[in-house]
Design a protein around this ligand. Structure first.
Ligand SMILES: O=C(O)CCC(=O)C(=O)O
Ligand SMILES: [Fe+2]
Length: 287
């Protein structure tokens, strides 16, 4: 069967036409993959290593998430259930915000990564803005890169997918099919494969996962702000099989969130949109 989705190809960040190619990929697939970008591979691999140690220690239990502010450690038994799914994802994770809780020994490294990646994200938002046709960009109530200025909501999530154990619920998956709520997500390739994106014909496509790639995907807020021009695309993380099922997976999505007062559309500010989506997620969690 012919896939309707253009294949996902990594764009060289240093190429002369990188901006155009990258935004075209976002527009066509909801995803863009960059290579030769300025986010340091060594930093990412150190973060993976140090946080794998944290997830494999008991220290994590001292950082149980704050139920109001949602920073801190989310154990497996409390991990989210993707919208429309009935079984929890097989994962545990830590929500890092500069104002939130964080183990002292990991703080400097993650804080520096957070600041550096947000700065880079502003460049990418500028690219998106430059490549948006005037009839769509007139919908943006302020420049896209401005929307994240001074935001305290941007979330860095450190995800740990443990090895798949015998007897795991057959309906359970590392990350059930979902869309991200935010503006854009910046995700360095994980240490293991598994990320897939849904094509328009319903088939699942592997996202190129060479270590060092930076994967960027559109979230619902950019879809909302662009009147649907930029599609927020469904993605998931599948379970490894056979030998690989004994391998844990670590990933590090940065979810860019505008300031809550940013107007996304006639219907929504970023604040009202986030509250609506979080309350949906939290009420499905109480099932
Ligand atoms: O682990 C990954 O590669 C993706 C995670 C993801 O999609 C999410 O947490 O929203
Ligand atoms: Fe996601």
């Amino acid at each position: 069967m012919v896939s309707l989705m253009v294949e996902l190809v990594a764009v060289d960040y240093t190429a002369a036409d990188a901006e155009e190619q990258f935004v075209k990929s976002l527009r066509d697939t909801g995803f863009g993959v960059l290579r030769n970008h300025p986010i340091s591979k060594d930093t990412v691999s150190n973060i993976y290593k140090h946080w794998a140690e944290f997830f494999n220690s008991d220290e994590k239990d001292q950082f149980l998430f704050d139920p109001e502010k949602y920073d801190g450690f989310f154990p497996r038994a409390m991990a989210e259930t993707a919208k429309g799914h009935s079984v929890r994802d097989i994962k545990e994770y830590f929500h890092y915000y500069p104002w939130g809780r964080c183990p002292e020994s990991l703080k400097a490294e993650i804080e520096a990564y957070y600041a550096e990646t947000i700065k880079f994200a502003a460049t990418l938002l500028g690219w998106v803005e430059n490549q948006t046709p005037a009839e769509v960009s007139c919908l943006f109530r302020e420049p896209l890169s401005n929307m994240i200025n001074g935001s305290t909501q941007t979330l860095l999530r450190v995800l740990h997918y443990p090895p798949i154990e015998e007897g795991v619920d057959p309906g359970a998956i590392r990350a059930g099919a979902h869309e991200d709520i935010n503006l854009l997500t910046l995700l360095p390739s994980a240490n293991e494969p598994g990320l897939q994106v849904k094509a328009q014909d319903g088939s699942w496509l592997d996202v190129p996962c060479d270590f060092g790639n930076l994967i960027i995907n559109i979230g619902d807020m950019l879809q909302e702000a662009s009147g649907g021009y930029f599609p927020s695309t469904t993605h998931r993380v599948i379970n490894p099989e056979g030998h690989d099922s004994s391998r844990a997976r670590i990933s590090l999505p940065l979810f860019l969130h505008p300031r809550p007062d940013v107007v996304l559309s006639d219907r929504h500010t970023a604040g009202s949109y986030l509250q609506e989506r979080l309350s949906e997620l939290r009420s499905s969690d109480k099932k």
